[in-house]
Design a protein around this ligand. Sequence first.
Ligand code: GDP
Length: 282
Amino acid sequence: MAGFFKSLIQRFTKPDIDWDDLEASLIAGDLGPKLALQIVSDLQAQQRKLHGADIVQVARDHVRKILPESVPHLTPFADGRPKVLLIVGVNGVGKTTSTAKLAHLLQHAGHKVVLAAADTFRAAAVEQLQVWSQRLDAPLVKGPPNSDPAAVCFEGYEMAVKTGASFLLCDTAGRLHTKHNLMEEMKKIHRVLGRKDPTSPHEIILVVDATTGSNALQQAREFHKAIPLTGLIVTKLDGSGKGGVLVPIQQELKVPTRFIGLGEKVEDFQAFDSKRFVDELL
Ligand code: GDP
C-alpha cells in the first residue's frame, strides 16, 4: 500500500489546483466525502502556493489527528476468566480466516485459545474453522447445522474454562440483510454468555474487506447500530484496497482498527500500527 495517496495527489503540483479533481481523488482512496472536504477546505484556506508535498502533508495531518496513536492490546484477564471475543462481519470478508489468524497471534503470545463455530448457518464456515482448529491445535466447539449460535458460544465458554484458555473466539454469522435477527441473535448471545460472566462478550470485532471500499463503512454503520463494536479487523490489505476506509470508520463511528490482514496465510496478520499506516498510505 506504500505511498498510494502520495502518487495520487502528488500530481497536483501546479499552483492552480483542480479542487474537484483533488476531492474526487481523496474520495476514490476511500477517505470518505467528509474528510475529503475537510482536507480540501483546509488547503483552500492556505494563503500560499501549494505543491504536491503540501497536499500530502495536510492530508497526513488530518488522518493522524483522526486515528488514535495506539489501540488497546488484547490482554487476558488477571483472574483467569476467559475473555470472550465475538467476530462479526458479512460473508466473504475474511471473518473465519481472521478468527484463525487472531487465534494464532494470541497463541504466539503464549495464550490458550478456544474457538467456537457460532456461524451455524453455513456448514462450510464450520468446516473451515475445524480445519484451522486442527492446524492451530486449538479446541473447537461446534453445534449441529442451524443450531443456536448462543448455545455454541456457551459451550465454548465452558470449554475455555475446562481447558484453562484465556480467550474464547466466537466466529459468528453476520447476516446483515436481517438486522432485526442479527440484533436478536446478539442479544441472545449476551444473555446466554451473561449467565457465565455478566460482562461478556468483552469485545465485538467487525471484519471488513479493504477491497470493498466504502461498502465497509456502510457495513460498519449497520453493525455498530445493532451491536456496539469495540474494534475492527481490516483484511486483504495485500490486494488493491489500501484501507483508507478505516479512517472514516474511526472518524464517524469511533471504532478503532485493531488488526490488519495481509494475505491468506495465518501469519499474514498484524496488530494495527497507525503511524506505519499513515506513512505507508501517504
Ligand atoms: P468469511 O466468509 O468472512 O468467513 O471469509 P473467509 O475467511 O472464508 O475468507 C474469504 C476468502 O478471503 C478466503 O479465500 C480467504 O483466504 C481470503 N482472505 C481472508 N483474509 C485475507 C487477506 O487478508 N488477504 C487475502 N489476500 N485474502 C484473504
